[in-house]
Design a protein around this ligand. Structure first.
Ligand code: PMV
Length: 348
């Protein structure tokens, strides 16, 4: 089918890993399987305008606008994304693109936009592919969008669908793949429905270590093999936990995963400490509050100082009250974001 010009917009969310992806092999193949909640409010909206060139060029041609202004500093990352996907989407060289993108969360909040941003762009490319080949069905569309998103940023492949996405081959999980994320195939207790994630912005500065440097530090890391094994075993344990809704056991795994991620960075060469004093202050207060009240609140961390506070929707009022009274004071400018588990990306 001949398509000359067109435009498509996708809104794609961020996600928060429960079992963390940390370490990768060639071609963005994860060193261990991971699982995440897809988020609902932290998202990127991307519009891709395309017009057919008179003659195809050697590289994919595009202009990029971020929140209304042109952003040359973001171009290299998108350039390498296009270079990686050309093999799978040869048609992209036939088009000139204009990419316009914006985030729902504040710029430089220390919230990574790579998962939402790369998944939104991958979905836009797939919409062009579907115009060229209308026979593509939804399953193929989502799988390939996730496959392409992975080549942009590993964790982005977990943002296409929701609410719970596994990525990386896990022998105990049917249909899991290193190449794309897929919906968790087993029973999940209603307690995890609309699970809440309040993101405390402890440090809004740019990341000390980019995730690609971080992943590379797992090559030759003295504890790498044990860590990868642990991720497999935690995923296996989660199967029964998701079914039963045993939040005590859930919390043990989720917090251990967050601390292990940071322990890997602290014990790599070179080493890094990505937590801040306020990160630890918040963790200690969550622990005291949990002990005092018995409420099922826990934390997880990404590769930075911000804290994700996770809890069931039914405990929202008392836990949000605690967060506002006791934790928000440790955030930069008292800033935090309220999010919850979501369904995945949407076409506008
Ligand atoms: O997708 P990347 O390469 O930015 O890696 C992200 C890794 C963590 O956020 C730290 C963990 C995860 O599984 O999302």
């Amino acid at each position: 089918q001949e398509i000359k010009t067109g435009s498509v917009t996708w809104i794609s969310p961020s996600n928060i890993a429960l079992v963390k992806y940390w370490g990768k092999k060639k071609d963005q193949i994860p060193a261990n399987p991971s699982i995440s909640f897809t988020l609902n409010n932290c998202k990127t909206t991307t519009t891709l305008e395309f017009s057919k060139k008179k003659a195809a060029g050697d590289i994919t041609d595009f202009d990029l606008y971020f929140e209304g202004s042109s952003k040359p500093e973001f171009k290299p990352k998108i350039n390498s994304f296009f270079a990686r996907i050309e093999k799978y989407c040869p048609y992209i060289k036939d088009y000139k693109f204009t990419i316009s993108t914006e985030n729902s969360f504040p710029h430089s909040s220390g919230i990574a936009s790579s998962a939402s941003g790369m998944s939104a762009l991958a979905l836009c490319i797939m919409s062009l592919e579907k115009e060229l080949n209308p026979a593509i069905d939804e399953e193929f569309f989502n799988k390939k969008a996730s496959f392409l998103a992975r080549l942009g940023s590993g964790s982005a492949c977990r943002s296409i669908e929701g609410p719970l996405i596994i990525w990386g081959k896990h022998v105990k999980t049917e249909n899991s793949s290193d190449l794309y994320g897929s919906k968790y195939p087993y029973e999940v207790n209603d307690i995890f429905k609309n699970y809440q994630d309040t993101i405390l912005l402890v440090d809004k500065g740019t990341k000390q270590v980019s995730s690609s440097i971080g992943h590379n530090l797992m090559h030759g890391h003295p504890f790498a093999e044990a860590r990868f094994q642990q991720a497999h075993s935690n995923l296996e344990k989660l199967r029964e936990i998701f079914k039963s809704g045993d939040l005590k056991a859930f919390i043990k795994i989720v917090e251990s995963e967050a601390l292990t991620l940071h322990a890997m960075m602290m014990s790599s060469n070179p080493y890094f400490i990505l937590m801040k004093p306020n990160t630890l202050e918040i963790i200690n207060r969550i622990w005291s509050f949990r002990e005092e009240t018995g409420l099922p609140v826990c934390f997880t961390l990404d590769a930075g100082a911000n804290v994700h506070v996770l809890y069931p929707e039914k405990n929202k009022s008392e836990i949000l009250e605690f967060i506002k009274n006791e934790l928000v004071a440790y955030c930069e400018k008292e800033q935090y974001l309220c999010d919850e588990v979501g369904k995945g990306a949407e076409k506008l």
